[in-house]
Design a protein around this ligand. Structure first.
Ligand SMILES: Cc1cc2nc3c(=O)[nH]c(=O)nc-3n(C[C@H](O)[C@H](O)[C@H](O)COP(=O)(O)OP(=O)(O)OC[C@H]3O[C@@H](n4cnc5c(N)ncnc54)[C@H](O)[C@@H]3O)c2cc1C
Ligand SMILES: NC(=O)c1ccc[n+]([C@@H]2O[C@H](COP(=O)([O-])OP(=O)(O)OC[C@H]3O[C@@H](n4cnc5c(N)ncnc54)[C@H](OP(=O)(O)O)[C@@H]3O)[C@@H](O)[C@H]2O)c1
Ligand SMILES: Cc1cc2nc3c(=O)[nH]c(=O)nc-3n(C[C@H](O)[C@H](O)[C@H](O)COP(=O)(O)O)c2cc1C
Length: 576
């Protein structure tokens, strides 16, 4: 088997040029190696010139990034010199020269772009942005229909490129959380349109849907993924809060032995949740069923109604089909509200009801262990979500599955690794500033374990905060030990409810703004993890304030400084 030629990092090219050349070589290589590839099919003859293609991605938690890299590989096999390019690594002036562009972008916040896409999104929206009539493009947007501004960022890129007179070669596709099949169809159609051939839809879709295996050493192991989660045994689960806390955050350990699953510090773990049996009892009562009725699950498996409702169905947001079965139900929060608010006497049959339900959606959790410190295991730090709505006590499906219902040593949960290649500890000799209140501490426990295993001269500074020092200092012993032995150069704590006025992590940042500025100027990488809606926004504003005040910059030059940290991947956020 030939090895893939690549342009080394030492070669005299820019990052972008190197990536393009590597894509070009990958294209050549794939075509030359096509006879060796199982079922690989090239759509153009070996003598045709390669078609240049830039696959531009904007990603917060790595999905769009991994799809873009996959798309670049597929395109390489289909006669393109393709490269996947992070939106943070380009700008409008460079896009003007692009001929063929595929955009894969997610949406965050309230219809906002991911951090890495912010600058390009804004620049393309400027009235004075240049025309791009030479560009052919298509957009795949990633999103989640649970959010009001579904796929808004992809819609914006689609409209803004059209406004710049770029030519849309195939319609935009907006993907919900089950993105695999629509993404595969979009890619196939777009690549076919760009190369002027008939789509290979069935082949592309099957390539994603079929279970994969991978040779590891002498063994052939299944490759576990979102579609094929690994049934992992829960090894341990312990509460991190002391009695009297208002919170319930658990440290949970999963067994990876024999799975072949690999991960890196910074990745997230996907967990397939199971529903609460009491909620299922309420649904069975409302349906007038005992749970033993035979039904077919949304994945096509025959089982009892109770088992289907616990393991195979999403009992959260009701589908349009369910609302049609129960007309007149106003503003339901969850499936149970539709049944309880039903204004119909018609008895719905169990199989008819189950047909209206979706498969359970996985939840992501930032991994809180390093595989170097805990080989064969993966750890999470999960806060139980509970709240009241419409006079009913609600439990977050997955967080209470993990914190209440799994039994260490007995229970299994379906898990998979969700790679987040952009969110990694810095090089060993580079400083890290980590800001992670609440469950936001999770990836930084992993970073610190990783940095302790690797060694190096990089300093580590952790800002942690939660409600009360006595009950909510998550991983207190580990963190104070790391501080005492010097791996944590600084540990700044903000307990918000230990005094009358609120003290948050950003207040601690301002107290030591000069030192923070000195770390930034010395090349530190800044990481933020935890609550997206309030904390991450306030911390961002504080970072701007630190650069203005301690760095003596104007508001505009401070904003440019922070933007350059983003482009250099020195300011990274894992927020939710
Ligand atoms: C990349 C990433 C990393 C993450 N890492 C972690 C982590 O390390 N630890 C962690 O604990 N979580 C983490 N999360 C969050 C996690 O994925 C889940 O969202 C969380 O556990 C809630 O899921 P659930 O199934 O328990 O709740 P769900 O059943 O999904 O319910 C949550 C929903 O309930 C609603 N809701 C919640 N509170 C209220 C309220 N007060 N009033 C009205 N409605 C409300 C909201 O619509 C919310 O979206 C992460 C998320 C992402 C995307
Ligand atoms: N998307 C989802 O489905 C989902 C699910 C679960 C959790 N979350 C988010 O994840 C977050 C993490 O939850 P958590 O319980 O671990 O921690 P948290 O609620 O973020 O609380 C951690 C600490 O941050 C403080 N805080 C509150 N507002 C802040 C702000 N604007 N700036 C800085 N700090 C602030 C809190 O103080 P006070 O409480 O005293 O104000 C507390 O001391 C939640 O806030 C929630 O928004 C999202
Ligand atoms: C905090 C948060 C906010 C989100 N906001 C939106 C939104 O406003 N609209 C939407 O369609 N999807 C939203 N999503 C869903 C993401 O776009 C979706 O999960 C996507 O697949 C993530 O892709 P990425 O990993 O490449 O960033 C949100 C997800 C999170 C965690």
């Amino acid at each position: 088997m030939n090895s893939l030629p690549i342009i080394p990092e030492t070669a005299p090219f820019t990052l972008e040029q190197r990536a393009w050349l590597n894509g070009y070589l990958a294209g050549l290589f794939s075509r030359a190696a096509a006879p060796d590839l199982p079922a690989a099919k090239t759509s153009s003859s070996a003598t045709e010139p390669l078609i240049p293609l830039t696959i531009l991605y904007g990603s917060q938690t790595g999905t769009a990034e991994s799809l873009a890299k996959k798309a670049a590989k597929d395109a390489g096999r289909r006669g393109f010199a393709a490269m996947a390019l992070d939106m943070a690594q380009t700008d409008v002036s460079r896009l003007v020269a692009e001929k063929n562009v595929l955009v894969i972008v997610s949406t965050y916040g309230d219809g906002e772009p991911p951090d890495s896409a912010k600058a390009l999104h804004a620049a393309l929206g400027n009235e004075d942005a240049p025309s791009m009539p030479q560009m052919r493009f298509s957009v795949c947007s990633l999103g989640d229909t649970n959010y009001a501004q579904f796929c808004q960022c992809g819609k914006d890129f689609d409209a803004r490129l059209e406004k710049r007179r770029a030519i849309r070669i195939t319609p935009r596709v907006d993907c919900d959380l089950d993105y695999e099949a629509p993404f595969a169809r979009w890619l196939d159609t777009a690549l076919s349109a760009l190369s002027g051939i008939t789509p290979e839809t069935s082949q592309a879709a099957v390539a994603i849907a079929s279970p994969a295996t991978e040779a590891i050493g002498a063994q052939t192991l299944p490759v576990y993924s979102r579609k094929h989660p690994f049934p992992s045994r829960v090894l341990a689960s312990r509460m991190l809060n002391a009695p009297g806390s208002a919170k319930q955050v658990h440290h949970i350990e999963f067994d990876l032995a024999s799975s072949g699953i690999a991960y890196q510090a910074g990745d997230a773990l996907g967990v397939i949740p199971q529903n609460c049996p009491e909620l299922v009892d309420d649904i069975l009562a409302a349906l007038g069923c005992d749970g033993e009725e035979a039904v077919v699950t949304p994945s096509g498996e025959g089982t009892s109604l109770r088992r289907a409702l616990i393991e195979h169905c999403d009992l959260g947001k009701p589908s349009a089909e369910l609302l049609r079965l129960y007309p007149g139900c106003h503003e339901p929060h969850h499936v149970i509200d539709v049944l309880l608010g039903a204004q119909t006497d018609r008895r719905i049959r169990p199989e008819e009801f189950v047909r209206t339900l979706r498969k359970p959606q996985p939840r992501l959790y930032s991994i809180s262990s390093s595989p170097k410190a805990h080989p064969g295991q993966v750890h999470l730090t999960v806060g139980a979500v509970r709240y009241d709505a419409q006079s009913r006590c609600r439990k977050g499906v997955c967080s209470t599955f993990l914190t209440e219902r799994v039994k260490p040593g007995e229970s299994h949960a379906g898990i998979f690794v969700h790679a987040n290649p952009s969110f990694r500890p810095p090089p060993a000799d580079t400083d890290a500033i980590m800001i992670g209140p609440g469950t936001g501490i999770a990836p930084f426990r992993a970073f610190l374990q990783e940095r302790r295993s690797i060694g190096g001269r990089g300093r580590n500074w952790l800002f942690f905060g939660d409600q009360r020092s006595a009950t909510d200092f998550l991983y207190r012993e580990e963190m104070t030990e790391l501080h005492a032995n010097g791996l944590l150069t600084r540990l700044d704590l903000a307990f918000s409810r230990d005094q009358t006025e609120k003290i948050y992590v950003q207040h601690r940042m301002l107290e030591c703004e000069k030192e923070l500025w000195a770390w930034l100027e010395a090349g530190a990488h800044v990481y933020v993890c935890g609550d997206a809606s309030r904390m991450a926004k306030d911390v961002d504003a504080t970072l701007h304030a630190v650069v203005e005040r301690a760095g003596g910059r104007s508001t505009e030059t401070a904003a440019a400084y922070i933007q350059s940290l983003r482009s250099e991947k020195r300011y990274l956020r894992d927020v939710y």
